[in-house]
Write a protein that binds this ligand. Structure first.
Ligand code: MRU
Length: 374
């Protein structure tokens, strides 16, 4: 996507040094565009865990590049199975909720380990990591094509009046390589000339909505307004939201959706107000082995200091300020699960479907055996 006229992705292999992967350090946005370099698996784990990179498809792509870095930093250049297995386990443990991470790392292992020869393994890892990033970009482009008609239909019904879309967290290109998941239909409908406006939940505690989604939409020229996390229900009651579109970090094949904390409350409010609640995701975000998302999806609990300290800009510097009394306990549950019954449907790279096992397997019939035998 373009940032001030320059094509950018949130992750790429350095053109100057093939032993280095570069990422946008998303902690510093929107006020500073900082590029960070990853030179090994330790750097990659830190970047994922500390959320220099974040968002399910991007965490997957970063895990894939982490496996490439594992290959190029193998001790004495020996890319052994034991070394790769150990680094794969470490990478997969760096964040627990987004299933794309394990999906991408396992895919890298499946491609690299059957290959003989250290150099051949390095080349295969580089090609596969590039392939995963490009595939996810294409999947998101297709999500845009399948999702835009939903927004166009609302515009027709409203006779061209502005369509108001609510989204939570950042499920944009920063989270995905290109286009985004939730934002792909928005960008595509915007490109097709639909008059639209996005309500952006600020998304405490790390403010991915206020910092990242607002930045992305602004750079693209999409009208948007940042709101507090608790405003959505009120706006829905007042007829100010036409559709909700979110991304997801892990969705069970039965239709339960894990996403950034607060998504469930938006889905409840949408249901109560008869507003469609759509979830956009590439197939890499489906968990084909879990039946019950509410009980089984691992929910990350992060450092409570992310609640205590809010980051912002003051006098040209990025600063952190303390909000609650230091003695008060804080608990930082990073995701929640929205049950399938509250979800209108899914927008995927293969099309749209209802949020049910029949709907999902209708689009991905080849996954039926894996899902039904799990
Ligand atoms: O904690 P984060 O910022 O990695 O959480 C990201 C989200 O919850 C996104 O909504 C999700 O990954 C959607 S993917 C585009």
């Amino acid at each position: 996507m373009k940032v001030d006229g320059k094509e950018m992705r949130p992750i790429w292999l350095s053109s100057e040094n093939p032993l280095e992967v570069q990422v946008i350090d998303q902690r510093m946005l929107p006020h500073d565009l900082v590029i960070a370099s990853l030179r090994g698996v330790d750097d990659t784990i830190r970047a994922i865990g500390e959320m220099w990179v974040r968002g399910a498809p991007l965490i997957g792509a970063t895990g894939a590049w982490g496996m490439y870095l594992a290959c190029v930093t193998a001790p004495e250049g020996r890319v052994s199975d034991a070394w790769l297995t150990h680094q794969a386990e470490r990478l997969k443990a760096s964040r627990p909720t987004a299933v794309n991470l394990a999906w991408a790392v396992d895919r890298m292992m499946a491609v690299v380990t059957p290959i003989e020869g250290d150099g051949a393994r390095v080349r295969a890892a580089r090609d596969e990591a590039l392939g995963i990033a490009d595939e996810e970009a294409e999947n998101c482009r297709r999500i845009g094509e399948f999702g835009a008609p939903l927004i166009e239909a609302i515009a027709r019904k409203k006779k061209g009046e502005t369509v108001h879309i609510l989204t939570h967290c950042n499920a944009g290109w920063l989270a995905c390589v290109e286009y985004g998941t939730a934002t792909a239909p928005i960008y595509e409908a915007f490109n097709r000339g639909v008059d639209l406006h996005v309500w952006v939940d600020e998304t405490r505690p790390l403010n991915q909505g206020a910092r990242l989604t607002a930045w992305e939409l602004g750079k693209y020229g999409v009208k948007h307004t940042v709101i507090t996390d608790n405003a959505g229900g009120h706006l829905m009651q007042q007829g100010m939201v036409d559709i909700v579109i979110t991304g997801t970090d892990r969705t069970t094949w039965t239709g339960d959706v894990a996403n950034k904390i607060g998504t469930y409350l938006k889905a409840l409010a949408a249901k109560d107000n008869g507003i469609p609640f759509w979830v956009a995701l590439p197939s890499s975000t489906f968990d084909w082995t879990m039946d019950d998302g509410v009980t089984d999806i691992p929910i990350e609990v992060r450092d409570p200091d992310e609640i205590r300290y809010v980051q912002g800009r003051l006098d040209g510097k990025t600063v952190q300020v303390l909000v609650p009394p230091l003695g008060s306990a804080c608990e930082n549950h990073a995701f929640d699960v929205t049950p399938a019954r509250l979800v209108t449907g899914f927008i995927t790279e293969r099309g749209r479907c209802v949020a049910s096992r029949e709907g999902v397997l209708g689009l991905f019939p080849e996954k039926g055996k894996e899902a039904l035998c799990s």
